[in-house]
Write a protein that binds this ligand. Sequence first.
Ligand code: ACO
Length: 162
Amino acid sequence: CIRYDDRKEGNTTHLEWLLALKNIFSRQLPNMPKEYIARLVFDKHHRSMVALKKDKVFGGCTFRCFENQEFGEIVFLAIAAQEQVRGYGTRLMNHLKEFAKREEKLTHFLTYADNNAIGYFQKQGFTREIFLEREKWGGFIKDYDGGTLMECALNFQLSYTQ
Ligand code: ACO
């Protein structure tokens, strides 16, 4: 799990990973302006979890933690075309959930799901019904016309990665 600030520690590998992830998002999310993707992937408030095979990025997720509000927003998520529907998207989500609850003490994830990804998010435990109080998230995440807001409550009794 990395973020742009890592560059300050001279970590060029992380910078390369973020660049590769940005390119996967640009290809897999053609409705998103490329500049917008680049801005958020390299924004210090956003973090990214990358999926690696032999040190090569083939997918990942960019998200933002609102620690005080105890929720996270999944902003972009994609797996490279040739690796899709092999279970990697599920593994990535499980690691993200585990990280969010263990390291950040988040209780929920929210995301604006693209219409063609609603099925995927439902399989990951996301619902269209939002149970989290609106006061917690309203005004924090940006309203986005092209998607459906979905929620996932994180289960603290469960390990998502075992
Ligand atoms: N629609 C419906 N079901 C799907 C989709 C989809 N687009 N993609 C995967 N699934 C299903 C799979 O069939 C599988 O079902 P099963 O468990 O019954 O076999 C389950 O979801 C999990 O599939 P994975 O193989 O783990 O998912 P994958 O590695 O393909 O990753 C992802 C899913 C990230 C959606 C990938 O297909 C992708 O990158 N798609 C293009 C980009 C995209 O749509 N990203 C999400 C946009 S929304 C956002 O960014 C906030």
